[in-house]
Design a protein around this ligand. Sequence first.
Ligand code: PMP
Length: 431
Amino acid sequence: MLDVADRRETPGSAELAERLRRALPGGDTRSSTFYEPYPIAFERGEGCRVWDVDGNEYVDFLNNFTSLVHGHAHPQIVEAVALQAARGTAFPAPNVAQAELAERIVERVPSIELLRYTNSGSEANMLAIRLARAYTGRERIVKADGGYHGSWEQLPLAGSPATGSHDGTPQAVLDLIHWCEFNDVESLRAAVEEAGDRLAAIVLEPVQLVGGVIAGTPEFLRAARELADEAGALLVLDEVVTLRLAPGGYQSVLGVRPDLTTLGKIIGGGLPVGATGGRREVLEAADPRRPGHVGHSGTFNGNPLTSVAGCVSLDLLDAAAIERLNGLGERFASGLRGVLEAHGVEASVTSCGSLVQIHLETEGPVRTFGDTNPGSALLARLHRAALDEGVFFAGRGLLNLSTAMDDAVIDRALDALGRAATTLQPALERV
Ligand code: PMP
């Protein structure tokens, strides 16, 4: 087995892994960031680069799972955070920064008339479901196989426990979910019919990220809008990741207006964040002036530190910046397809704007979550070889770009990935 430590010297990461294992199960506190034999520990990031605890440099194609759309330690974000930190990090009271961030979001996304803050995308989806249930007086949810909405057990990734344990989730909770295939209108229709007049919401990502970077088709998302209306249910679009793809979110690209939208990642400028927004009359269920309102609290909801960072992040990510970033992403994805093919690696590279996913050892091109193979041994080898070449991305093959990148960074990364692909040759010959 190719060991990272064989080529890049990472004793500091190994040592930290040992130390963490004494306090955290497997030394881990975030399932998505673990990989064997031990994850590389980072010490510092700047722009599109990160340095590990042993001083090795990597170009960062993960950007904290898309939240660092401007890369690490952007000077304007650092300045805003430092200024705010010196004035106080959190108050149990309204603050101007939370108004400024909310105004920016409402202006960008027309379907968001009102919003509430949370501290993560997971919490944003929890609140969306709570509001949808309160508004409709119903309990059932339709969601897509491979749709990831965070770590809340009421919205698991997949219907089949084979792709992720349902241990610890009450069966009564799982029984409230009706599953459909992403981008399959007939399957969606069947799930909606199954839920019948107990359907509270259809919850979908406009582009499935964890499910394999699979873009939703306009036909599918528009059908979801119509079916939700016919059923008297709400449509919730999870744009926690996809707000980076267009100023108004991917809903503006698809031409679909959801009742509720959940956000996170880039609206916090790199700090913990989430938000649930949408139709005024749905959000008003949480208006504290209303008798019997939906209670929703959080010690750090709308904190000024996150909010000032979020304002700078959104201001920097204007339409021109998004267009440039999407263009870089498309160039990178097609370059990656070429590089892998040139090295005899049969891969399916799916992409949408600045989001890219490498699929290896699949049976043909990847069109749905069911086609993916996140457990591919070859992918694990490529991931380690890429680390050796100084390119960092998710162990399961997810990459994304930041505005801190340019053509030269992309070209060098493609060369490095080409060298990484070369190391797969012996394994390929055995296949
Ligand atoms: N929704 C989507 C589409 C996501 O990709 C994620 C996280 N990657 C979440 C929700 C959850 O966000 P968080 O990790 O901030 O809870």
